[in-house]
Structure formats: C-alpha cells, structure tokens
Design a protein around this ligand. Structure first.
Ligand SMILES: [Zn+2]
Length: 193
C-alpha cells in the first residue's frame, strides 16, 4: 500500500452526506454526517471493533466565562496489513451550558456530540473527508473554533468569579485545586477541594 492510498480512499464525501449549515454562527460551513464517517472507516478497515475502534481516554466539563463545554478525548485504532496501529488521538467539544437571549440552555447530548467530534478529529488525520477540510480550506474546526477543536488550549480562560483573563497555568492550577477556574485573587475566597 502506498502512503496516500488510504487517504485517497477516504478523502471525498458524497454530497448526500454533506449538510450545509444555513443559520447561526456557523452559517456557510458544512456538517458531515457522522454515520457516513463510520461507514467510510468500516469500508476501509472492516467492522468497528475488529478493523477499527476507539477508546475514550478522558471526558470532562470546562467552564469558559459563563459557558460550560464538554470535552471527550479518544484514541482511534485501526488494523492495516494485519497490524494494529498506534493510537490516533482526537479531542472533541460540545456546549453543555450556554447563556442565550432567552436564558440558560443546557444540552444533555453534549458528551455524545463531543464524542462524535473527537472521532471526526481523529478520522481527519487518516484523510476522512479531507476534501471538505482541505480543498475548501475552511471549516468550523480550523476557522471558527481553532483552539477547542484541535484540543489545544489556546482560548483565553477567564476567572469564573470576576471574569478577568487568566493564563493557562493559573487556569489549570485552579481547576485542579478549586474545581473551577479562578484568578489568583479570587482563589483566596475559595477553599481547596
Ligand atoms: Zn477573579
């Protein structure tokens, strides 16, 4: 098998699996049917659980300002030429709590959506739907929400009390010891877990 054989097999998405997003912040971008993605992986490697599978390595909620997002980390594995791959990692995110005009909105499907997102990120590394991500050179993952979608914490975290910007170190420290991101000043008003 040549290096790009698999990529070329997985890269194109049939039009019926592409749903244009016609409203909201992601207007003009496309949604890819997650079932098509599973079918493409199954077509390339065999049934899920035999030819390819994933393991959830972490799931968590993270607050950012007045929003809470769910994140799921996965490792995707596949069998090629009789050998199991190294894990292909992916992080996906979805909103759990958002404050909208009509009040707070929570999604009880957030972990499921974050998982679907994580699979799409890992599968993308194998070339799944590469034409959508690459040719158009714009998608919600690279254009609108680059930080969360690649799993890198490049978004600017803010204090859950006063809203002040905090750096990653303060964020991680505070989440670890206080359960929520607080700035150094506000940490004094809370007791450690
Ligand atoms: Zn603060």
């Amino acid at each position: 098998m040549k290096n790009l054989d698999l990529w070329n097999m997985l890269r194109s998405v049939p039009s019926e699996a592409i749903k244009p997003i016609t409203a909201g912040r992601l207007k003009g971008f496309s949604d890819i049917n997650p079932v098509w993605r599973m079918k493409a992986l199954t077509d390339a490697f065999g049934p899920c659980g035999f030819g390819w599978w994933y393991r959830i390595t972490d799931k968590r909620m993270e607050g950012q300002g007045s929003e809470i997002r769910a994140f799921v980390d996965i490792e995707l594995y596949y069998v090629l030429d009789g050998k199991v791959s190294q894990p292909v990692v992916g992080t996906g995110g979805a909103s759990f709590l958002t404050n909208e005009k009509n009040g707070a909105y929570t999604s009880d499907e957030c972990y499921k959506m974050a998982l679907t997102d994580a699979i799409s990120v890992a599968a993308k590394a194998l070339g799944v739907a590469a034409d959508i991500y690459y040719d158009k050179d714009r998608d919600k993952y690279t254009t609108v929400e680059p930080a969360e979608k690649t799993g890198e914490k490049t978004f600017t975290p803010t204090c859950a009390d006063c809203g002040k910007q905090i750096d990653d170190k303060v964020h991680d420290f505070s989440v670890k010891y206080f359960g929520k991101p607080y700035c150094r000043d506000c940490q004094k008003n809370h007791s450690r877990k």
